[in-house]
Design a protein around this ligand. Structure first.
Ligand code: ASP
Length: 394
């Protein structure tokens, strides 16, 4: 019944309509702003793959451009994001909506935190956190994923383990209930890193992952967003399709998680429905290892959100790691350098959550907002959804 309703509505965009395009909700995060120069102390000794720390100890950090000097938080064990985009307005956001976003982030943190508390791996923790966010219709991943231009859902996800650089990803899946489970399956049960489309769906189903019909992902909010995008496209022609316009108006709600466990192993995971009104077959940065997701012991775990094409072109997530490894930057300056200084020059906004092996955490973003939260070793749980909690470019 619902499908038929949507099909009728789908015809509406074939002729220009009068639907108004409204601001997209966004959510964001915080961070204390500190002023000392130089890379933060971060980490302490890491177990593996850590030439960075050796370099830093030897004082080889001259010539490095300094970004944001200090982390937003320390002793973080798990962090999540709920997407970058327009900012949630404190004045107009209802208490119910604020609570829904904060609860959604907090539930994901608790799900992953439980894994870590019981001695589980960072890999299990990020999968648990992202799975929870995929199940929450507020976010653009799993249930609640955005629609592509054909009013279909095609989902992307990836996961990476820092101890051995093992990674898995799925792109353009249409029937896996939790794409992050598909990504993990590819990592552990295939000899490949990424499977796409039908092959990925079939692979997941064959291995017993839960499958759903397209209706499962449906939400009214995402449908309305597609209608607005169609109207914008019809009204503004080609200009409305620039990567910047797409990122600004249609990107919001991608989810991700980064974690470190008792063994100081890092892991990262990202999941998304992509961008509203994307071309069928379009794959963003979220399933691309090195762009939307990266984790390497001794340097950093990163999950990105924002204008996917730009994050791919800028090799965003792995560049954060490389700046730490090869330039000796701390987590915060490295993430800031990539997200705030470099990517906007390529024409796209967004943000990352970045976690070092010693617990240094930062969440820089160039978009007006980025929803995020983190959990510390002491059990402190923080969520940040308004711009005054997490200013852009910080
Ligand atoms: N990066 C995602 C993509 O391009 C979208 C987002 O983060 O909102 O598919």
């Amino acid at each position: 019944m619902r499908t038929r309703t949507r099909s009728r509505r789908a015809a509406a965009w074939l002729a220009p309509s009068a639907l108004a395009v409204t601001a997209v909700t966004a959510a964001l995060v915080v961070v204390p702003r500190l002023t000392e120069a130089g890379p933060g102390p971060d980490q302490g000794p890491a177990r593996a793959l850590d030439p960075v720390l050796a370099e830093r100890a030897a004082g080889k950090t001259e010539g490095v451009r300094k970004g944001k000097p200090r982390p937003d938080a320390r002793d973080v064990v798990l962090a999540v994001h709920g997407g970058a985009g327009a900012a949630l307005d404190r004045e107009t956001t209802t208490p119910e909506r604020e609570k829904a976003y904060r609860d959604g982030l907090a539930e994901a943190l608790r799900a992953g935190g439980k894994v870590l508390d019981s001695g589980g791996s960072s890999l299990d923790a990020v999968e648990a956190a992202v799975r929870r966010l995929e199940d929450n219709p507020l976010f653009n991943a799993g249930k609640g994923a955005v629609f592509n231009a054909d009013a279909q859902h095609e989902l992307d996800a990836s996961i990476m383990r820092g101890s051995d650089l093992a990674a898995g990803a799925v792109a353009g899946v249409r029937s896996l209930r939790n794409p992050i489970e598909g990504a993990r399956l590819v990592m552990e049960k295939s000899k490949h890193v990424m499977l796409s489309g039908e092959g990925a769906d079939d692979f997941g189903a064959r291995h017993g992952l839960r499958t759903v019909t397209q209706d499962y992902y449906w939400t009214q909010a995402r449908w309305d967003a597609l209608m607005r995008a169609k109207e914008t496209e019809a009204g503004k022609g080609r200009a409305a399709r620039s990567p910047e316009a797409l990122a600004d108006a249609q990107s919001m709600g991608t989810v991700g998680a980064v974690a470190r466990d008792r063994d100081r192993d890092l892991a990262a995971a990202t999941s998304t429905g992509g961008m509203t009104n994307k071309l069928p077959g379009r794959v963003g940065d979220s399933p691309v290892i090195g762009a939307g997701t990266y984790a390497k012991n001794g340097t950093v775990a990163v999950s990105a959100t924002g204008a996917g094409e730009v994050f791919i072109r800028g090799a965003a997530a792995s560049t954060v790691s490389n700046l730490i490894e090869f330039k000796g930057l701390g987590v915060a300056p490295a993430a800031y350098e990539v997200v705030v200084k470099r990517l906007p020059g390529l024409g796209g906004q967004g943000g990352v959550i970045a976690l070092g092996p010693g617990g240094d955490f930062d969440a820089p973003h160039s978009s007006p907002g980025m929803l995020h939260g983190y959990l510390t070793g002491d059990g402190e749980l923080i969520t940040k959804i308004f711009p005054d909690e997490s200013p852009a470019d910080s």
